[in-house]
Design a protein around this ligand. Sequence first.
Ligand code: SAM
Length: 277
Amino acid sequence: MNKEPMDPYPELPIEQGPHGRGVGRWVAEQKHAYLSNYIVGTREARKKFKQRVLIDPFCGPGRIRVEGELFTREGGSVTAYRAAATSEAPFTQVLIGDVDSTRAQANQLRLEAMGAQVQAYYGFANDTVEEMARSVPFGSLALAYIDPYNLEHLSFSIIERLAKLKYVDFAVHFSLMDLTRNIDMELNPQRNRFDHALPGWREAVSGQPLSKASLPGWFFRRWCQTIEKLGFTVNGHMPLITDGKGRSIYRLVFFSRHPLADRIWGDIARSRNLNLF
Ligand SMILES: C[S@@+](CC[C@H](N)C(=O)[O-])C[C@H]1O[C@@H](n2cnc3c(N)ncnc32)[C@H](O)[C@@H]1O
């Protein structure tokens, strides 16, 4: 029996993954579960802030269909909003964005149906992030959920801009599959798909005694170090998401400047029990 809350707008778009076949089971069972568990786990900390903001610049339509299922489930921002609301420390503001305006609009309507205060932005995340960051009231506690399909859209400038907020934690979905499949090809100076994710990486890698196989690991470590230079601790627990056929597809990377947030993520990411609430 499906216990998912009903979709208030079943006629609106649904996230079915980049190939339209439905998203992998791990989206609900891992990605959204880690996010919600973290939000529930940090409820007491959130209560200390008058303004609590969720930022989701790759928001999708707010509803997903898992491959092989006939029903739909709540999407990332909606799941996150519900987790905060039911743990008595709701987000006072939700900032969502998507390059596809029909998706961001659908997400906004779904969130508003739950009582959320929502501002939606349409466009590429590296453009919308400036306005999003400016909409965050001073002194708010912000959670940035950065969830692009691939590395090409994970611009470092998005992280850099949001890192200027005083109290901000990040949960980033980092595409390992894109990295491991394509890094070799991306060494070609005629190409630039990874240049926004880690500016200057090609110059930094040249002259290093690295085998092809060690390139993805080098890139990922340097990306983490670059984030640490912004004053964050990158949590060592980075759940590895596999596609069910043993291939690593994503890592869920959490970083914060606050030791409590870091500890709570560590506890959640270590836990095998990912039942929501
Ligand atoms: C992985 S889906 C988002 C899923 C959603 N965060 C969730 O958890 O349910 C990625 C979304 O990013 C959008 N997108 C792709 N490239 C983008 C970009 N450069 N800037 C903003 N949105 C983008 C896509 O239209 C898609 O809706």
